[in-house]
Write a protein that binds this ligand. Structure first.
Ligand code: ADP
Ligand code: MG
Length: 342
């Protein structure tokens, strides 16, 4: 070991994962996909197993000042199911590991698990194990989800082709705007505990933040319609960032159109109220847990009328880059983060 010290911030989260991955050598022929997609893919003979894991820390990923424990439990399952959905697979089992400080009672654990059980019911998954330990820094939850699919049903990040149509589900930016509202009301409450938080007006966006729903409904519908996306991932870090991931993995470029980007009216109005640019929220807001995927043009007619799938652009040659065409028709280079609308 040298004495050199490199700050993790120099690499960033994705740089660090790449760095870890450089020393990984896959040994088993059953490991069809390791690090680098929403979930790993493991050959199981007549089908494949899909495995994903996520870690949620109190104070980093959730704040119990405004996130009720049942919602935290539900969300912890939903974000894992979302990664299974992102591979076009069906979740079947989860394991749940928790670390608890002595601040938490049995009743608190019951409240957390009421959300976990509700999510297991909602997504049709079995809770099959986990681990329990003490914590010195509040609540930590780690969930691993296991799903199944046929090998040919799996959608990797790497499968997008030039001229494929780029699709997103639902609407975007709501979870970020909801978080801003929850933070604002928390500060109001901290400065004056007699003030009742004003949240009734914002239930759509706060709901997007506190209790996201993985889009398994879309995965089932794609199956019924006989469409296998050429590439797919879930939108956990923001649309622009995910487009960069798809383009990099698939070696393509992308052009998207501002007027096609889906935003809910409450998200739009609340963003304006908070002096945030709604389009920046759509492009860079995280945690919406919608799906972004590409389809071959031949499949367009099958999805065209779907009320909750939006066709936001298309894939281009890699040298054409990644662009957003604004409402006025100007092509602006997409940035993975911090893109400013003007
Ligand atoms: P997601 O946002 O979909 O959960 P991440 O960005 O967290 O995905 O992870 C991207 C890829 O890197 C996944 O394949 C994940 O399993 C892998 N990964 C993340 N952290 C680590 C780690 N510490 N060691 C090994 N692989 C990791
Ligand atoms: Mg993901």
């Amino acid at each position: 070991m040298s004495n050199k010290r490199t700050e993790i911030s120099e690499l960033g989260e994705f740089g660090l994962i790449d760095h870890i991955n450089t020393r990984v050598q896959l040994k088993n022929s059953s490991t069809l996909k390791g690090i680098g997609d929403d979930a790993a893919i493991i050959d199981a003979g007549d089908h494949v197993k899909v495995v994903s894991t996520d870690l949620l820390l109190e104070g980093v990923h959730f704040d119990l000042a405004y996130a009720p424990l049942p919602h935290v439990g539900f969300k912890a399952v939903a974000v894992n199911v979302s990664d299974i959905a992102a591979m076009n697979a069906i979740p079947k089992q989860i394991t749940v590991s928790i670390a608890l400080s002595n601040r938490f009672s049995v009743e608190a654990v019951d409240a957390l698990y009421s959300g976990i059980h509700a999510a297991c019911e909602h997504y049709g998954v079995d809770l099959v194990g986990g681990d329990t330990t003490a914590s010195r820094s509040g609540l930590v939850i780690s969930i691993t989800a296991i799903g199944e699919a046929k090998k040919e049903e799996i959608s990797y990040r790497s499968g997008a082709k030039v001229n494929d149509i780029l699709c997103v589900t639902g609407d975007l930016g709501g979870a970020l705007v909801g978080l801003q509202i929850l933070e604002r009301e928390k500060q109001v409450y901290l400065s004056n505990p007699d003030m009742k938080p004003e949240l009734e007006k914002y239930t759509v966006v706060t709901g997007r933040q506190l209790r996201p729903d993985a889009r398994m409904d879309i995965i089932h519908e794609l199956r019924e319609l006989g469409v296998v996306p050429t590439s797919m991932m879930d939108i956990s870090d923001g649309l622009a960032s995910e487009i960069f991931h798809l383009c990099k993995a698939s070696n393509v470029g992308a052009t998207i159109y501002e007027d096609k980007l889906p935003i809910d009216k409450q998200t739009y109005d609340t963003a304006v109220e908070l002096n945030m640019d709604p389009i920046t929220c759509v492009l860079n807001g995280g945690e919406d847990y919608e799906l972004i995927f590409t389809i071959d043009q031949k499949d367009f007619a099958k999805l065209e009328k779907h009320p909750d799938i939006h066709f936001i652009g298309h894939m281009t040659k890699p040298e054409e880059g990644k662009y957003l065409v604004t409402k006025s028709g100007t092509a602006v280079q997409l940035k993975a983060q911090g893109w400013k609308h003007f």
